[in-house]
Design a protein around this ligand. Sequence first.
Ligand code: FBP
Length: 553
Amino acid sequence: MAISNLQKARYSYNPKLPGMLRNGISEICVKDGAPTESVADQEKIKALFPNTYGKNEITFQKGANTSAPKKQVVGVILSGGQAPGGHNVICGLYDALKATDKDNVLLGFKGGPSGLIDDDYIEMTDDFIDQYRNTGGFDIIGSGRTKLETTAQFEVVVEVAKKHGLTAIVIIGGDDSNTNAAVLAEYMAAHNTGVQVIGCPKTIDGDLKNEDIETSFGFDTATKTYSEVIGNIERDANSAKKYWHFIKVMGRSASHVALECALQTQPNICLIGEEVAAKKQSLSEIADQIADSVEARGNRGDNFGVAIIPEGIVEFVPEFSKLIAEINELLAGEKTAEFNALPTWADKYAFIEKGLTKESMAVFAILPVGIQQQLFLERDPHGNVQVSLIESEKLFAELVKNKLAERKAAGTYKGKFSTLTHFFGYEGRCAFPSNFDSDYCYSLGYNAFMLIQYGFTGYLSKVSNLSAPAEEWVAGGMPITKMMNIERRNGEDKPVIRKALVELDGAPFKFFEANRAKWAVETCFLYPGAIQYYGPAEVCDATTKTLALEHQK
Ligand code: FBP
């Protein structure tokens, strides 16, 4: 089947590298920065990473390449959820590797981290790579969510590395995968395997960022894709003037995606999980807040609107988290079978009523029946409620409807309220990467190879100054341990990269906070339109509002 003209055109798009990487491989040298410390728990992290802790941050600059010549055989894996631009990380890595020495080899391990354990791989060639340049998706080698974290797994990886003569492994993943990259790097160094490990920051959720990593790749394209569609829905709402649209957007935990979409489209409502947690808001309070907007707009004759709901919202509602914990307890072990054997929903409801505390039962009782049943029927393999499956867009549409019915009965609300619900997630994860993500990802991959070539391990490929034109981007590397602290995971203290939640005193949230009261009542919608790949730089290359606001002086 013939490919689309856009895909053809994207094959020949030349991603922009930071100025300092543009002079050819022979003209890239290292500038040493300061030694690093972990963000917290320094002594503990240092003890856990004796071989890789405290290394210097580095940047690359123009100058004679002083790296020692060495044949490189690099393995690469994609880990976790898809994010636009993953293919370009691999293309950048491949191009730098081949430009350094055409005998260098890049092996792509298939299906995520498990490919490395199962030794399931493909050797990359020019023809193969060329089919994936500037395209979305992770289908070049596939991805997976197996975690590489146990010593038994590391032993297998060492064997696979020996078999292929691997000199380095590049892990393209989110905070968990890069935490595991750091642990693997330490293991490889402690066992003198000679295998370096480099990470690249990926996730559309935008929660792998800190003072060094300005954004994870994929966030730009995914949020632009969702914002395009949200803008289209806003325009439809403003044309038909008859529906309230409740739109859930991806972001497993943090609300960066929802916030960025709100900055791009100015909906009437956008919930931010981190704020809900900070204010300890209840479901009823949140529903009232949305109902206030519906009522105020209704009073103006505007019986339509748009509300953005972040995917992870319910976990931030304290009373809801408590309810989930009690449900998990209620069905622990044998009790699941007992519950499942009850013949009708009424019997099951009575069982639930007996098992939950009064407070949690009060929360449970206000949920729509569909969601009540979902909480008990769709469980993960450990028997826990799958919070990410909860249709929170439907939940809030229903709760607001109930609030408005009460207000109508009390005579305070006279408007009409018809809802439509949507979930935007998978639609954006494999979109054609924007120019920003094409350039950023290619640079991350290219840069990852320079880190390998200069002998670094346990580093994250870092490209910064991202709100400036690519020419001014700064390429370098950051020891992953710098981003780590100790957190409690599954009952154990673990070294992990700190997940970045939306900062309530950060510029993006502050901007939203300063404007949302107006957006809630008036129609201030913005229609960002589709991602543009060709045209003036201000239309095609600009990145997110989040980054622009964070970088505003
Ligand atoms: P990563 O953190 O691995 O990048 O994945 C994030 C994400 O895209 C979330 O937004 C979403 O909740 C989740 O993946 C969906 O996972 P799955 O692909 O397994 O359904």
